[in-house]
Design a protein around this ligand. Sequence first.
Ligand SMILES: NC(=O)c1ccc[n+]([C@@H]2O[C@H](COP(=O)([O-])OP(=O)(O)OC[C@H]3O[C@@H](n4cnc5c(N)ncnc54)[C@H](OP(=O)(O)O)[C@@H]3O)[C@@H](O)[C@H]2O)c1
Length: 243
Amino acid sequence: MPTAIVTGASRGIGRAIAQDLARDHRVIATYRERADAAESLQKQTGCSIFQCDISSRGHRHALIAFARERFGQLDLLVNNAGMAPRERSDILQATEESFDEVLAVNAKGPHFLTQLAAQWMMEHGSGRIVFITSISAYALSVNRAEYCMSKAALSMSAGLYAQRLAGSGIGVFEIRPGVIRTDMIAGVEQIYEERIASGLLPQGRMGEPEDVARAVRAIATGALDYSTGQVIDVDGGFRLRSL
Ligand SMILES: NC(=O)c1ccc[n+]([C@@H]2O[C@H](COP(=O)([O-])OP(=O)(O)OC[C@H]3O[C@@H](n4cnc5c(N)ncnc54)[C@H](OP(=O)(O)O)[C@@H]3O)[C@@H](O)[C@H]2O)c1
């Protein structure tokens, strides 16, 4: 059975990805704080769970060591773990502390976890890597600049690894979710619903975590194996513009 690591899988998008993959993969699902949520995923799906703060070098090495011991080879890494700024602050007031935290979790952590996973995949000459970025990699929100900057950086990380690994049998993909119904947007869900009702999204509905999980499945099955470095928008058509 193929093997997969899904980071940030205790809740939201990562949980839906892990639930879906667990049907035909051996999955290690990571979490940061919510052991209760991770344990319920483990009970529900049979996934292994592992605590890993993605911003910690020690935790990243421990995760890969755990996976090596469990799996022997790694077929799929899904870089999903991420955070919103603890507070939305205008770019003219936002703090360096928030910048450092968000960049460490959303950009540096997955970039260097991928480095470890890619070295391992190169040993066996196969594998697939997915980066969950965001429409915020290009859409501007001046009240969470650090989030936008972290996702733009992560998008570049995906492109760089795609180029570096293309000749080694390892495909790299970026999935850009739009507005997806999870805890991350709970505080602004009503505002987004109103904006969607006013035409924000051509497809006219908020995304669900399962919408993203289906895109990961397409990659995991190998259906996209003659592509790499591809950006897949899972955003209800947000990117479309019309006059
Ligand atoms: N929801 C959206 O509208 C949306 C849109 C575009 C992109 N995204 C991206 O999709 C990904 C998942 O978001 P979500 O909406 O599912 O978020 P969520 O519901 O808040 O879940 C976040 C997950 O990431 C984990 N996590 C948070 N900080 C971590 C850290 N430092 N190290 C390791 N794990 C950490 C959490 O673990 P605990 O449960 O232990 O806290 C949880 O499993 C993120 O990268 C996010 O930026 C989300």
